[in-house]
Write a protein that binds this ligand. Sequence first.
Ligand code: ADE
Length: 233
Amino acid sequence: MARKIGIIGAMELEVEKLIEAMEEKKETKIGIRTFYEGKLEGTDVVLARCGVGKVNAGICVQMMVDRFGITDIINTGVAGSLNEKIDIGDIVLATNAVYHDMEAVAFGYERGQVPQMDVFAFPTSPELVEAAEKACLKVNPDVKVFKGRIASGDQFIADKETKNNIKKWFDPMCVEMEGCAMAHAAYINGINCLIIRAISDKADDSAEEDYPTFERKAAIHCAAMVREMMRNI
Ligand code: ADE
């Protein structure tokens, strides 16, 4: 079956750049969301911004599955680092994703476990992770790439105590607000998922200042990576 790749970008500049690079473009509005279908570097894609947070993310993936028949979903965006080795500007490729704000301990579930799901952490596609790593080395050779767990929740983490709790509970590489919901939706639908996150801050007291400064660079790096991946998929 021919692949059709859903791309959900968080950053306006990045999405603008990818739309500009698309051919045979078709714009479809569904409710308040706009989807751009077409070819990116010869590959069939559908591109959208999903809004902030888990529900917006999950809904956008489901719309892409139901209305556009995507076979893969790629999410790009920024994240706060939760690991001393990972600095602002580095890129994290998720190997799996957890919710740091899912908690049903009272019913005997481990913190983070979605009750009655058969997985604890939602997996991403090893094939897409490898392709993304290769693409990044080629187009952003100065950027360090890490692979590991990401944690998502409906919270911008900007204090040490919350940061340390998430580290202690899940030991993720970074924290953001959408990735796990996309991996969860991909898991339920049986499609491939990739989450690419550029580190914008350290998820502590300086997070609010660092975030806007870095966004432009992150958008350029992510757009370049996605284009390179589409050339080779
Ligand atoms: N996205 C970028 N930085 C973040 C942070 N510190 N917390 C949650 N989401 C983020």
